[in-house]
Design a protein around this ligand. Sequence first.
Ligand code: SAH
Ligand code: MG
Length: 205
Amino acid sequence: MPVKLPLNINQIKGFLAEDEGQALADYASETALIGPALEVGSYCGKSTVYIGTACQQAGNILYAVDHHRGSEEHQLGEEYHDPDLFDVGVQKMNSFREFRITMAKANLEDTVIPIVAPSGLAAKRWATPLGMVFIDGGHSIEAALTDYRSWAGHIATGGILAIHDIFPDPKDGGQAPYDIYKLALASGLFEQLDRVNTLGLFRRR
Ligand code: SAH
Ligand code: MG
């Protein structure tokens, strides 16, 4: 059964299709007893609402990691720049303000723990086994590799690794997420699950 969201998700700025969001929510519900969920790349909170709502219903928590300074494509002058999210004072992107508004609207402040930091820094002394990890951060190969290396090893047995923006054909999009998808496959640590739209999915053996 699709998770019932606390708000109209189309009002939230972001980059996630409905079928992908519902799949994330389903897997978050299913893995809630294994451990907390963690996402890298929250932006204005769209994926956070899907995963967070499922976590809330199950009494679980969601760590939402994002430095909120935007990925390469969100910077001033780039294709996905949004002037509403540009902090003129410091001349930097800042999606955290909007993210907090979304969390309040969605009633998720009792479930979502924002970690406003680069993914690699947040992972530095991480020791908690995770039930689900969703990687949707930067699309440079450095950023994607850091995310994979930082978090994949913390997924507990039976837990889920989800990677967004999987485009096997380079004509359809950047290859860094697909590169780490292939790393996960080659690692032998994960069972490959059916993809949902551009969402790659694995279960930790
Ligand atoms: N999941 C979101 C979209 C994420 S967009 C949705 O559902 O709409 C990618 C996000 O990753 C941006 O907000 C950007 O700030 C963040 N990001 C990029 N590189 C990062 C890094 N190294 N550490 C933490 N966050 C990063
Ligand atoms: Mg994405």
